[in-house]
Every structure is written in structure tokens, then in C-alpha cells.
Design a protein around this ligand. Structure first.
Ligand code: UDP
Length: 475
């Protein structure tokens, strides 16, 4: 590459909503700083994003970045098959989907990357890929590209997976007689209880497809040239410092759409219901927003307790009831008659623009599965959380929210949810006096995020440093 030439990165997003959102916004962030980005989406994700009513009216169905390109950013776009038909129900057949990503996707993506590398002007010099992929190191080496691993979750989760061998060696993972005492030997993690590990680190069977993905992905990520992480230095200082002793790790978050985001694109996989009108009619801070993200499932019995708990609490609520929340085969899981009983006190919708709903002044709390994007978005809008983690990183995220930052409450520790507990916890979070400590705490954490994004803030400085290092390596 000649002096002054722009870096050109291929960016490959993991095909799940919680990964596509930060990847798209990372692409925009990098392009705004002068990168040329060639973004690769799977055909299935592309189909979901572009087949919604809202996007088919602008005539740009084939390119999700068309609007930001018009504003001068050089983001190119292409799609690739994940190995399964576009119409395949990936939520219902999760294991098959993961197996396809593990065994089939790499061949498809390699073909596409080879074509781009051969034909692109200016030449491609970086491969930015989600840390959960198992092939980026191999392909980066083959095509002589810098390997940038993009971690969309908390640094704490990264370090737990990074140190899986240490957990195994100490008997906290992958053995029959698992230790139940506190884990205090992971560099940069003062102490963590085994119940707060990610679900994959708590399972007895450690040979699943997801485990294979995690082992291979972290073996690969350990040799990456850089890791970009959607977190904030001030939120996880010790963990990040310890990681930086091992790997070039840059905290550049929060990578979320904010009111200050000048350029943005729609990344929703489903049509968004507009609840602005309903929210406008409710008092400030009076509505609980309930959502369990894009992928997790809730058991039918928990859902029924939740619905009855919400009813008993007498609090207003908006509930995102994804059609596959319980199962793709149970599209109507609510207790009979509850919608009528709730009346105007509750709104049930299949999907929404969460960032927009959380930013509405009527929202006063968020009952969440503790997905990492949801947590960052909630902090950004200063909405305290009621935590009900379901799987993967969500248990560890709950520890950060409830124990470390004290910006939320744990919904229930018991295996079986109970409507009385649900209604009591909702009231605790939403009532003026009992919820005050969480609102004060989240205000302070929001301040950290805001500062990190200022010109002299940690995330901006880290991004500058990353950019300089990339430039230095590709001259
Ligand atoms: N989301 C949304 N509308 C909804 C529910 C979720 O736009 O009705 C978005 C949310 O804003 C977040 C993403 O979907 O950016 C979910 O990511 P998260 O990490 O919270 O959870 P996941 O879906 O990965 O479990």
C-alpha cells in the first residue's frame, strides 16, 4: 500500500441480530474515519433486513448501506450463503444452524473473500471478523491480511473464554465433579461465582457444536493482530488491562445507535411496530419495557408467571413477544384472556426499534434477558434493568449489572419463576423511592459511556490508536 492510501478491510458479521447490529455500526464508524469497508452479510440476514416493509419502499433492497454511501462513506456490500436455504428456520433448528456455521460457512466465505481480494481496488489489507468465527486467522494468513477479531460482548466474557484451559485445570469447567467455590485466579477478574459463568462454561456436556465453535474460535482469536471490543475501558478496567498484557485489545464501545449518530442504517431483522403513540399517552418513567432479545427462548411456564406478575404489578408495560419466544410451534403462548384483562395497561408487539423505545421518556425500567447490546442501550437511555438471563453470556452480564455496577435487580434465582416475586420486583424497580438507587447509579454509568465517546474519551483514543497501528502495519 502506498503512503496516504486508505486501509481497506473486509468485515464479516456473525449472522445473528445481536452481532449484526454492532458490526454494521462498526463498519460505519470505521468508514467515517477513512477506512474502505467491504461488508459481508449472509444471504439469510440480508433477506430478513431487506424484506421488511419499511426498507422495500426506498428502492435500495440490494444494499443495506446505500443511504450512508450517498453521504460519502466507502462501504461496499456483498452477501454469501451460510450453507442453509434462506427460508430455513434457524431459531427452531439451532444446532443445525451452528453446525452449518462451523463446517460449511467457511468454504463459502473463503470463495467470496478470494474474489474480493483478487479484484478490489485499492487492495484489501485487513480482515475484520466476529470472534465467534473459526476461520479468520487461517484466511487472513492465506490472503496476507491483518486479522482483526471483533468481540461484540463484554471483555469479562472474552477473558473467561480466553482462559478456558485455566478453568478446566482448576476444576471449574469440563469435569464431572465441578468446584462450586469462587473463581479468583483469572487475570483481571477479582472473583466470579461459577453460577455467573456463561451457560456454555456451566454445562456438563462440553462437546456440543457450540463448544466446538468456542474452542476453535478462541484458539484462532489468541493469534489475532488486534481485538476490537464493544465495551468501555472505564466499565471493565482491570479485565481490560490484564487482557492488554496478552493481546492488542481495544475497547471502543459503546457501538450502538445514539441520537448523536449522524449516519445510521436499519439493521432490524423483523418489521418494527411503532408504539410511540401509545407511549406518548403514558406518564414519564411509568412504563416497563419487556424484551428477551432476538434469539433466546422462554419456557411456557415462566412466560405465564411473567404475564400474571405483570398483570398483578399494576405497572404499564410494552412487551416484545417474538412469535418464536416460546417456540416456533407455539405462536400463542399467553394465558387465555390476559390481553383483554390487561387492556390499555399493556401493549404486546412482535418487534420494535428497541433503541427508539428505550429512549422514550415514558420508559422507566427494562425487564431483559441481559443481552449485551440491550444492556448498553439501556445504560445509554438511563433505564434500570430487571434481569432474567436465559443462556450464553447473559448470566455473566447479570453479574456486571446487578453485583458490580448496581444498575439493576435480579428477577429470580429460583429455577421456577413465580408471579408474586415478578410483581414485587417490578414494583421495586419502577416505584419512585425503591427504584431511586438504580436510577442514580445508571446515571453515573451513562456518564462514563458518554465521556468515552468524546474526542478525548477512552473509546475515541483507543480507536485513534487502532487506526494508527493499522496504518503503521500496512504502509
Ligand atoms: N432489538 C430490537 N427490537 C426488539 C428487540 C431487540 O431492535 O424488539 C435489538 C436490540 O436493540 C439489540 C438486539 O436486538 O440491539 C439484541 O441484542 P442483544 O445483545 O441484546 O441480545 P440477543 O438478541 O443477541 O440475545
Amino acid at each position: 500500500m502506498g503512503v496516504g492510501q486508505k486501509p481497506h478491510a473486509i468485515l464479516v458479521s456473525y449472522p445473528l441480530q445481536g452481532h449484526v447490529n454492532p458490526s454494521v455500526h462498526l463498519a460505519i464508524k470505521l468508514a467515517s474515519r477513512g477506512f474502505i469497508i467491504t461488508f459481508i452479510n449472509t444471504q439469510s440476514i440480508h433477506h430478513h433486513i431487506t424484506s421488511k416493509k419499511a426498507t422495500t419502499t426506498n428502492g435500495d433492497e440490494d444494499d443495506i448501506f446505500a443511504s450512508v454511501r450517498k453521504s460519502g462513506l466507502d462501504i461496499r456490500y456483498t452477501t454469501v450463503s451460510d450453507g442453509l436455504p434462506v427460508g430455513f428456520d434457524r431459531s427452531l433448528h439451532h444446532d443445525e444452524f451452528m453446525a452449518s456455521l462451523l463446517h460449511v460457512f467457511s468454504a463459502h466465505v473463503e470463495e467470496t473473500i478470494e474474489k474480493i481480494v483478487k479484484n478490489a481496488t485499492p487492495a484489501v489489507n485487513c480482515l475484520i471478523a466476529d470472534t465467534f468465527f473459526v476461520w479468520p486467522g487461517k484466511l487472513a494468513k492465506k490472503y496476507r491480511l491483518l486479522h482483526v477479531s471483533f468481540w461484540t460482548e463484554a471483555a469479562l466474557i472474552f477473558t473467561l473464554y480466553y482462559h478456558m484451559d485455566l478453568l478446566r485445570f482448576n476444576g471449574h469447567f469440563g469435569c464431572i465433579d465441578l468446584r462450586e467455590d469462587e473463581i479468583d485466579y483469572i487475570p483481571g477478574v477479582k472473583s466470579i461465582n461459577p453460577k455467573d459463568l456463561t451457560s456454555y462454561l456451566q454445562q456438563m456436556d462440553t462437546t456440543t457444536v457450540c463448544h466446538q465453535i468456542i474452542y476453535k474460535a478462541f484458539k484462532d482469536a489468541k493469534d489475532a493482530d488486534f481485538v476490537l471490543c464493544n465495551t468501555i475501558q472505564e466499565l471493565e478496567p482491570e479485565t481490560i488491562s490484564a487482557l492488554q498484557e496478552k493481546i492488542p485489545f481495544f475497547a471502543i464501545g459503546p457501538i450502538i445507535p445514539t441520537k448523536c449518530t449522524k449516519r445510521t442504517v436499519s439493521t432490524s431483522l423483523w418489521t418494527e411496530s411503532d408504539c410511540t403513540h401509545w407511549l406518548d399517552s403514558k406518564p414519564q418513567g411509568s412504563v416497563l419495557y419487556v424484551s428477551f432479545g432476538s434469539y433466546a427462548h422462554v419456557s411456557k411456564s415462566d412466560l405465564i408467571e411473567m404475564a400474571n406478575g405483570l398483570l398483578q404489578s399494576n405497572v404499564y408495560f410494552v412487551w416484545v413477544l417474538r412469535p418464536d419466544l416460546v417456540s416456533s410451534n407455539d405462536k400463542n403462548p399467553l394465558p387465555e384472556g390476559i390481553i383483554k384483562e390487561v387492556g390499555d395497561r399493556g401493549l404486546f408487539i412482535p418487534w420494535c426499534s428497541q433503541a427508539r423505545v428505550l429512549a422514550h421518556q415514558a420508559i422507566g425500567g427494562f425487564m431483559t434477558h441481559c443481552g449485551w447490546n440491550s444492556i448498553l442501550e439501556s445504560i445509554w437511555c438511563q433505564v434500570p434493568l430487571l434481569c432474567f438471563p436465559l443462556y450464553t453470556d447473559q448470566f455473566t452480564n447479570r453479574k456486571l449489572v446487578v453485583d458490580d455496577w448496581k444498575i439493576g435487580i435480579n428477577l429470580c434465582d429460583k429455577v421456577q419463576m413465580n408471579k408474586l416475586e415478578v410483581s414485587q420486583k417490578i414494583k421495586q424497580l419502577m416505584m419512585k423511592e425503591s427504584g431511586e438507587e438504580f436510577r442514580n447509579a445508571i446515571k453515573k454509568v451513562k456518564c462514563m459511556l458518554e465521556k468515552a465517546l468524546m474526542a478525548d474519551g477512552s473509546s475515541e483514543i483507543n480507536m485513534d490508536n487502532f487506526f494508527k497501528e493499522i496504518e503503521g502495519k500496512i504502509q
